[in-house]
Design a protein around this ligand. Sequence first.
Ligand code: ZN
Length: 461
Amino acid sequence: MVECSGVTPINERRRRRQIEVGNKLNVLMITIDSLRADHLGCYGYQHHTSPNIDQLASEGVLAERFLCSSIPTHPSYTTLYTGQHAIRHKIVAHAGKNVLAREAPFLSELFMDAGYNTCAADNLMRARLWFGRGYEYYIDSSIRRPLVVNVSCEDINARTIHWLRTHPDEPFFLFLHYWDPHYPFTPPPSYRHLFYDGANPTDPDNHTLDKWWEYPFGSIARDTWLRTPDGPITDPDYVMALYDQEIRYLDDHLPELLEALDVLGLTENTLVFLVADHGESMTEHGIFYEHHGLYDCVLHVPMIARLPGRIKEGTRLPQILQMHDVAPTILEAAGLPIPEEMDGHSFWPLLTGEGQVGGYKSVISLESSWQSKWSLRTDRYKFILSRVPDFYGNPLQELFDLAIDPQEEHNLAEEQPAIVSEMEAELEAWIAARLKEEIGTGPRHLSAAHQVLHNLLAGEL
Ligand SMILES: [Zn+2]
């Protein structure tokens, strides 16, 4: 028998590749848009929204106080990928004018450069091209839907599981972006009976949502997905139940993805990392079903990681952690170098129990899409500073004592001027120092510092 010289049979090539990459860790990133932590069972929610996410958490580690660095979607995903605070990557606004610098580190690209097969099931690249960086495969199932947010977990799983089956012996970085809990809340009909025990969702005497109808998304909701033969939905508990039903729908479809890893023999060598880009305000602070405002209903998101044999089962981390820590953490897990340009710190030793590094005494978050706000959070307090009045009429300065008021219902700014003054000074000093680093220190910049800050917040830098 004559062998073809110079051509290695495909099975042999695959075998050699397996030897080359055999010890590389796979990464499965599960990101869920608009999922607030406190609506999951593993974060204490009273409704049974998340049995499978809870199970995943019980098999790995859960971060109890994981906070977004910037919101909403575009700033937060850019932070997730770059490991940078928004003040550095400058994508401070959703759908803003800034473009991510080519030199900015990017998680998927770093994995591709390290020899990984990279795949995203996402559609953010349609809005901003940098979200496609580093991906050899980019699966956008939403192309078949009227809106990008209409893509379902079933759409994503169908394509992703097929992709996994066709690339089982190559190390992969696989990034999923589920949209189910994102507005509009339109779960499948079979979920519509869950989580609502009110008497009359269309009670015409219930005026709680009247203010929402004055906002564009509110009036659209009233006239479309909240419209019923008995009139529009008027009970906010019903709207919240719809949101919870979306979570449960997604949760019910998580096992088929994880079982695909099992069937392919990949579970033991795949880091599963679950996180959300921001939460969702459910009428808190007059913000109806939107993801803005720097309150914990939006900033506090789930972070769960599983890697059998490395991450100790059932661990809960009490430390304050932030979104820009994710990229360095995943790079360290995979044994890849962490670029100096990343602001975040790896908390991989916390996940494995090998060290107590990681966690912050205070963290800073920002929003500059529909509001111009900064927040400084310590172990006990959160201070929120507005540069301009927001259209909900919330105060320009807010201070919450999270130890006794975790729902952030009692603004202490006037009662506690000394704490406000101290936290404001710390926040402004941090902003000024970072802007100096990013923008420069020349006289023009110093004299125009306030204008520069305003422009940064407006996404116009
Ligand atoms: Zn989002």
